[in-house]
Design a binder for this molecule. Sequence first.
Ligand code: ADP
Ligand code: ZN
Length: 438
Amino acid sequence: MDNSSKYLHPEFETLSREGIEKLQLERLQATVRHCMNSPFYKKRFEEIGLKPEDIKTLDDVRKIPFTTKQDLRDTYPFGIASVPLRDCVRLHSSSGTTGNPTVILHTQKDLDAWADAVARCLWMVGLRPEDVFQNSSGYGMFTGGLGFQYGAERLGMLTVPAAAGNTLRQIKFIKDFGTTAVHAIPSYVTHMHDVMVEQGVEPRRDTKLRTLIIGAEPHSEEQRRRIEEMMGVKAYNSFGMSEMCGPGVGFECQEQNGLHFWEDYYIVEIVDPQTLEPVPDGEVGELVLTTLNREAMPLLRYRTRDLTRILGRTCPCGRNHVRIDRMRGRSDDMIVLRGVNIFPIQIEKILMQFPELSSNYLITLSTDRDNDNMTVEVEIADLFTDDFARLQELNVKVTAALKAEILLKPRVKLVPKGSLPVSEGKAVRVVDNRKVYQ
Ligand code: ADP
Ligand code: ZN
């Protein structure tokens, strides 16, 4: 490993656009041929009379039907696999945030390629074998645990499988082991910082932390800047999903100008979720991914339900792998309130602009006297909780700023620090108690 190189896999990371597309076509054709070993895909292709040899250009990917989460559920647990079970060495499942979990199988080759992808991401943000990497995300079925573990080891770092929770112990490890990089869910980082403050630990003074990897849940640019400021680090956005292995799919480089999606691993499409037609670069749509080097369970045109847009296909870092905007959320996270579409992240973005507010918030939807309403509870960061006049004034300002963003006036409640639930896993930001009229 050449420590001074900017790239871990220069032969793939610095491919030209033509180079990327040539490799993608070869890998797509091989993947489609391999998928004919999957009873599910074989039947799908036969139903519409599509043959692997019909895929002659990269655009021909659009001839292939989409694969959905429902398909994974219908074939639960092993029905989409393209290899016999005896060739598989591991399975993972999604966190089940939006329903039944789905199962993903891996061969040893899949696990190796996955570790390479994660190592490549970590290298891209400047981590090197000298770093001490603490993984503070859940282990087990959740892919953020083992995914980062193997990736960080592959890079050669001393890797601490701290797992989620037990915040006092996390902080002790960071101090005792000289941890320089932590991976955690953003909502957990802010909780960890609160506990540091309580314990009199000042990250800049008392730790060697300089890099944070944050991901697994939507968060705003404002939230990232806040995390960087409070922890005295650079924080990089990491996108992954179990169906695509886990972490290592999309990652920011040091430019922090969007997530590079590795196009030697995936074909990236953004489609209109209604018409399913591609949208032009820059327009928001649903992210659709095709795996290009998976053995056990390749997925063709998988509808992720994550909404985002393409930002560009070049980058000052020298990588031409497509740059994708941070996720707005999933199509099923969208709140439709009195006909207005709202993403929780829009609310977070506004709240984070107020230094008086902490990062923990909860959106509750309710029906009062036949009207649907939104209440935004947010914890106060400052110690001026007894100053009612100031609180009142702040409340008015926050309400007005939210109304300007979401076009509806929510009820804002400023609550004392520590009064909203904190989750060790993905934060629950929305509670929907609305009456449903049939
Ligand atoms: P589940 O689908 O049950 O939550 P996963 O752990 O596979 O299980 O989660 C993948 C999903 O998490 C993605 O589809 C996306 O919605 C969300 N996610 C992951 N990383 C990010 C990120 N960096 N920003 C926003 N959302 C993310
Ligand atoms: Zn870049």
